[in-house]
Design a protein around this ligand. Structure first.
Ligand SMILES: NC(=O)c1ccc[n+]([C@@H]2O[C@H](COP(=O)([O-])OP(=O)(O)OC[C@H]3O[C@@H](n4cnc5c(N)ncnc54)[C@H](OP(=O)(O)O)[C@@H]3O)[C@@H](O)[C@H]2O)c1
Length: 270
């Protein structure tokens, strides 16, 4: 593409920068939509986050994705955090509207749209593994769609707090998975991220559920392999990332990015 004085700048702030596929995905979507913008990755350590947001404001950066470890800390630097992101307690997207920086959360809708491509969620029994930031987004979305949600976590007290906050149906330890028959199972723990581990015993996995892992590196985690072997339908965290990226582009431009193009760019960026 040709970068001109009119080219808009977007990006992702995270630390460490590691291997993020977001620039590849967003730049591919911008090109396909004919949007004159570039998307870069910015390695911002926690002590520089305030400076980074002030810099983005001064430079007129149009949109920033916000990743680990900044999703909570970024909120105090913004002009406004929308009601959903406030309820989830995390911002993964900052969009400039005029001179104002608005915080939103697209993780929840990304996860829900990925799941809804396969199953209707209203009335389903869902189990969420984990009680951290991604779990908050998933639990919010599943409850909002009318699923009956049970939260299981290594530290059950955290699951209990989350269950109470979002009026989930139950909570417990990861080891109790077998006691909770479900139609949808989502892993939001970081177990399996760049490792061949699963957070749960394969024998406890449901045989007929839709199983999604929010971890997308590797694309097929140990949990998904185990679930497939049990006969369950599986969904990679890649799709959560793809749909949340499409939502970010919609928030900024009001245009619909192609899920296929985002997906192909994700694959090509490995
Ligand atoms: N696909 C996407 O678009 C997308 C979006 C957001 C996040 N994610 C992924 O979701 C994962 C979680 O992110 P997060 O922001 O929610 O992290 P987080 O807030 O740090 O939460 C981590 C969760 O993992 C659990 N956990 C960590 N180590 C564990 C272990 N050894 N055994 C059992 N449980 C363990 C923690 O349990 P305790 O409470 O007991 O510590 C907690 O529930 C990451 O891999 C991230 O890449 C994906």
């Amino acid at each position: 593409m040709r970068i001109t004085p009119n080219t808009d700048v977007c990006g992702i702030v995270l630390h460490p920068v590691g291997h993020t596929r977001s620039p590849a995905m967003h730049n591919a979507a911008f090109a396909a939509l004919g949007i004159d913008a570039v998307y870069a990755a910015f390695d911002v350590p926690p002590e520089r986050l305030g400076d980074a947001v002030r810099g983005a404001r001064a430079l007129g950066i149009r949109q920033l994705a916000v990743s680990i470890p900044h999703k909570v800390a970024v909120m105090e630097h913004l002009d406004e955090v929308d009601a959903t992101a406030r309820q989830i307690g995390a911002v993964n997207t900052v969009t400039r509207q005029g001179d104002r920086l608005i915080g939103s959360n697209t993780d929840w809708i990304g996860a829900i749209q990925a799941l809804e491509r396969e199953r209707k969620l209203a009335g389903t029994r869902a189990v969420v593994l984990g009680a951290g930031g991604a779990a908050r987004a998933l639990v919010y979305g599943l409850v909002e769609r009318g699923a009956e949600v049970v939260i299981l976590n290594r530290t059950p007290a955290r699951a209990q707090r989350l269950a109470e906050e979002f009026s989930a149906a139950g909570y417990g330890a990861l080891s109790t998975l077998g006691d909770h028959p479900c139609d949808v199972l989502v892993n939001t723990t970081s177990v399996g991220l760049r490792s061949d581990e699963s957070p749960v015993d394969p024998a406890a996995l449901p045989k007929t559920a839709l199983v999604m892992d929010s971890v997308y590196d590797p694309i097929e985690t140990r949990l998904l392999r185990d679930a497939k072997q049990r006969g369950a339908q599986t969904l990679s965290g890649k799709w959560m990332l793809v749909y949340q990226a499409a939502e970010q582009i919609r928030l900024w431009t009001n245009r619909e990015a192609s899920v296929d193009i985002l997906s192909q760019a994700f694959d090509a960026a490995k």
